[in-house]
Design a protein around this ligand. Structure first.
Ligand SMILES: NCc1[nH]cc(CCC(=O)O)c1CC(=O)O
Length: 333
């Protein structure tokens, strides 16, 4: 156990603009609390390898190198986009803070100020996310979903260059990069549920750094933690029962007696739009895991499990999108 704080906190970050923006935001909040913080750049496999993400083990590759640096005592603190973190806890590490989340919705960045409903049939919508592909296809707009990769700037560039009529991105990413004005529509969750944890950050450290865990708690936001815990519990329970892409959004509300509740909505579907299932569940604020698990139970019972069979063996690759060749090769985020 390390019961004393290091004089300077080494905060590990990936080099991408989004990662450094997020890490700098956390560093500044820690400095405001009186800590000395130094940013340490870490190059991940996802940053140097241009192969499709699924072949490297999915979005978890971004987090893995930073987690290794934490475990190797090369850095003390790491900041992740929560939606990129696998749901299974990492042995030896602790998510010590989940700061207040940005607006979790997705946005459209389209040519000519178009909204999703205005894209003509046959138009090309770029996304590398099976979750976004499944929900676009489920809307039945007759647009083509094209698999793309790359950081936020690269993906917006595909619209500017005319390769895509539109791309779908997390609003939070654009907001952090100061590029929200480029969004042409905020996509409402009734049409597209965000990824579990979207818009939230996870501040992670070693489990043995007890003084640091305590210090980082000052950055934690209870409502955000309750919401994303419910969303991730839904994801975990659905992943155990089916292999389909999952969308989730939890909101904190008050019930008739004035007690706080978690209102959770979920989506599972297939990337070709042939199946979609949306359900919701409301449960107690202090039992977020139970809320997520209960919604998963309902969804599995109502067809998620039957319609989308879990493939044999461990799940290694994300479901393939219709276009398998990524047209942008620069790394995500
Ligand atoms: N998978 C990439 C990724 N990871 C986190 C964000 C944005 C920030 C967030 O959702 O918290 C993005 C970009 C995007 O999906 O458009």
């Amino acid at each position: 156990m390390t019961a004393t704080l290091p004089t300077t906190l080494r905060l590990g970050t990936r080099r991408s603009e989004l990662a450094t923006t997020q890490s700098t935001w956390v560093a500044e909040r820690l400095r405001a609390l009186g800590h000395q913080v130094e940013l340490v750049e870490i190059v991940t496999e996802g940053d140097v390898n241009r192969a499709p993400l699924a072949s490297m083990g999915g979005t978890g590759v971004f987090a893995a190198a930073i987690r290794q640096a934490l475990l190797a005592d090369e850095v003390d603190v790491a900041v992740h986009s929560l939606k990129d973190l696998p749901v299974a806890p990492e042995p030896g590490l602790r998510i010590a803070a989940i700061p207040v989340r940005e607006d979790p919705r997705d946005v459209l960045v389209a040519r000519d100020d178009l909204t999703l409903g205005e894209i003509p049939a046959g138009g090309v919508v770029g996304t590398g996310s099976p979750r976004r592909a499944a929900q676009i296809e489920a809307l039945g707009l007759g647009v083509q979903v094209r698999a793309i990769r790359g950081n936020v700037g690269t993906r917006i560039g595909l619209v500017t260059s005319g390769e895509c009529d539109a791309v779908v991105l997390a609003r939070a990413g654009l907001a952090r990069l100061g590029r929200l004005d480029e969004a042409t529509e905020v996509i409402e969750p009734v049409q597209m549920l965000p990824a579990p944890g979207q818009g939230a950050l996870a501040v992670e450290c070693r489990e043995s750094d007890t003084a640091l865990i305590e210090a980082l708690q000052a950055l934690d936001d209870a409502d955000t933690r309750a919401a994303v815990t419910a969303e991730r519990a839904l994801l975990q329970a659905l992943e155990a029962g089916c292999s389909a892409p999952v969308g989730a959004l939890a909101e904190i509300a008050e019930d008739d007696d004035g007690s706080l509740v978690i209102s959770l909505r979920g989506f599972v579907g297939t990337t070709d739009g042939s199946l979609e299932l949306r359900r919701s569940h409301v449960g107690p604020y202090d039992r977020p895991e139970a809320v997520g698990r209960e919604l998963a139970r309902v969804m599995l019972q109502d067809g998620a499990a039957d319609a989308i069979r879990k493939p044999d063996g461990p799940r290694t690759a994300a479901p393939q999108l219709r276009t398998e060749t990524p047209i942008a090769t620069e790394r995500e985020k």
